[in-house]
Design a protein around this ligand. Structure first.
Ligand code: ADP
Length: 416
């Protein structure tokens, strides 16, 4: 009798030691996949036989999804179980350990596990804050395998440690993602400050130089006028840059509203072309306007800004000149119909992997050509914000060395 008790005590302390070791091994891990693997390995060690599987409850699909197996032949377990289905499903539903020692004849067996030759299994729920979040199953394919209450109790204790490790890993992942976001944001900000101070410095240097000449040198009235005009141009550029910055900030923080009224898009395109053509002799502009396009609801000043930005880029990024085609088109066969505007140049083009990025704030294509073209990386983000505010869409197709085609479409709910 004494010997039996002594044997039981020894077995118990060996098991507690194993439990302690299994928990400690998990505590040091942060990689989710390593934790899953560690949980399953330890579960098998604790019960001393078989293989193991972990199921996590997917609330949207209402299934227990098998997220990982250990020492289980491939294809012999169900990937998804409903609550109450199989050992995992029953443990999950009842929120208590389930032991099945005659699996082949058990009424709750799943066809996959039965056909896979499973003989015995013990399953425990994974509980978090009193709610089941999944199940852990140890299974054996050995005909003489037997699991007992003790296995169930031990596995349930271990399941709590497993949940704690999974929860910590999730928190760690979230924290890492948040730190990554902050780092990217902080880098974007410092890149931007470097860029802006460089861009602001160019017009400021001009203003400084020309004003010093007016102050220090004997100049004719004509020369003074010429320098004053240069100063004025630089000041206007600075002004534009500051307006862009503030605009984008207002739009991105949701403080900008649009003022809609009936707008003739063909009229907008013609007006922008008329204003730009005299300043760009190397870039003949060819409007192709669809007469079917009637007035639509939009904020005219903002749409002028969009077309102006796209046209300014088409000019800037075609340093060798080339025709620019500005076309409009009514797309009638969709609901609502769309008004589409395209600005197509024959310039340097945009690499495939940058087609989406060009719309991101501060983002510029880095190349020997673009290095000498002034910009802040704010023009296209402003375009996208304005088009978004109108419920529209903007995109670009491009071929390096051949040119780019920037397009936006707006809902063309007829205004008149
Ligand atoms: P930027 O002030 O730099 O012109 P944008 O936001 O207007 O800023 O454009 C972002 C980047 O997209 C530009 O730096 C340029 O690399 C690229 N890009 C924009 N328009 C064109 C175009 N028409 N052709 C080639 N590249 C362009």
């Amino acid at each position: 009798m004494m010997r039996r008790v002594k044997g039981a005590v020894e077995r118990e302390s060996r098991r507690l030691l194993a439990l302690h070791q299994a928990s400690t091994a998990l505590a040091g891990l942060t990689d989710p996949q390593a934790i899953l693997a560690g949980i399953l390995r330890s579960a098998v060690q604790l019960t001393g036989q078989g293989g193991a599987s972990l199921f996590i409850w997917v609330a949207e699909a209402k299934v227990l999804r098998n997220v990982r197996d250990h020492e289980v032949p491939p294809g012999v377990t169900a990937r998804n179980l409903r609550a109450g289905e199989g050992v995992a499903g029953v443990a999950f539903e009842r929120r208590e350990p389930v032991i099945v020692n005659d699996y082949q004849r058990w009424a709750g067996a799943t066809p996959a596990s039965r056909d896979g030759g499973q003989q015995a299994a013990v399953g425990v729920p994974l509980m978090r804050h009193g709610e089941p979040i999944g199940a852990l199953v140890v299974r054996s394919y050995d005909a003489s395998a037997v699991f007992n209450e003790e296995d169930g109790r031990l596995l349930a204790l271990f399941a709590d440690q497993a949940v704690a490790a999974l929860t910590a890993a999730q928190a760690f992942e979230q924290q890492r993602a948040a730190v990554g976001d902050l780092e990217r944001l902080s880098k974007a900000k410092s890149d931007f400050i470097a860029l802006v101070s460089h861009e602001f410095r160019t017009p400021l240097t001009g203003i400084q130089g020309f004003s010093e000449m007016i102050r220090d040198e004997d100049l004719t009235l004509e020369e003074i006028r010429e320098y004053a005009a240069d100063i004025n141009k630089d000041a206007q550029r600075l002004n534009r840059m500051i307006t862009d910055l503030l605009d984008l900030d207002r739009m991105e923080s949701g403080r900008m509203q649009i003022d809609v009224a009936p707008v003739d898009l063909n009229g907008v395109v013609s007006e922008v072309v008329e204003r730009a053509q005299p300043t760009a002799p190397l870039h003949p502009m060819r409007p192709q306007l669809d007469p079917a396009l009637k007035k639509i609801w939009a904020d005219r000043d903002r749409i002028v800004q969009v077309v102006t930005n796209l046209l300014a880029n088409a000019i800037k990024y075609s340093p060798d000149g080339g025709e620019i085609v500005l076309s409009t088109r009514l797309v009638p066969d969709v609901e609502p119909p769309l008004a589409e505007v395209s600005v197509r140049d024959q310039g340097i083009g945009i690499p495939e992997d940058a087609l989406e990025k060009v719309f991101e704030r501060y983002w510029r294509v880095e190349s020997p050509t673009t290095r000498y073209i002034q910009g802040t990386g704010l023009g296209l983000p402003i375009v996208r914000q304005i088009v978004d505010l109108h419920g529209g869409r903007v995109w670009v197709t491009s071929e390096l060395g051949k040119g780019s085609d920037f397009r936006f479409s707006l809902p063309a709910t007829q205004a008149e």
